[in-house]
Design a protein. Structure first.
Length: 133
């Protein structure tokens, strides 16, 4: 049986600036924090200037509904070509994103995960114009 009406075949939230949702403490500067959902895939892009070390900090305490990961996602990222071992790590768990670093540096990156959330009815932050993306 076919029910008449609209059906979403593909969904794209567009790239959203969500820096206003971030929790940034002393010793850190958030240059940008962007979130985009494309189908079931969610991508978080960031540029974080870090002048403090060896601590776990929360970057987002409330990841918006419709963008939350399915399960726990943890990433440890080594950096090559620098003196000593530089590492950074990210934990994405439900509505929270935490990060840790063991050195003073700038971190630019992107994390992608799968969500089981339904399509959001409201979008976080502000839409980024395609020229700024």
């Amino acid at each position: 049986k076919v029910v008449p009406g609209w059906q979403t075949i593909h969904y794209d939230s567009g790239r959203r600036d969500i820096a206003s949702l971030a929790v940034v403490d002393a010793g850190r500067t958030l240059n940008y924090l962007r979130l985009q959902r494309n189908g079931k895939n969610v991508t978080l892009s960031f540029y974080l200037n870090n002048t403090a070390t060896a601590v776990i900090k929360s970057l987002l305490t409330t990841l918006p509904v419709g963008f939350q990961p399915y399960g726990l996602l943890s990433i440890i990222s080594p950096r090559a070509g620098v003196a000593g071992a530089e590492l950074s790590g990210w934990n994405v768990n439900g509505a929270a994103i935490d990060y840790w670093v063991n050195s003073v540096s700038n971190y630019i990156g992107q994390i992608t995960w799968v969500t089981a959330d339904s399509i959001p009815t409201t979008l976080p932050g502000t839409l980024i114009a395609s020229a700024q993306a």
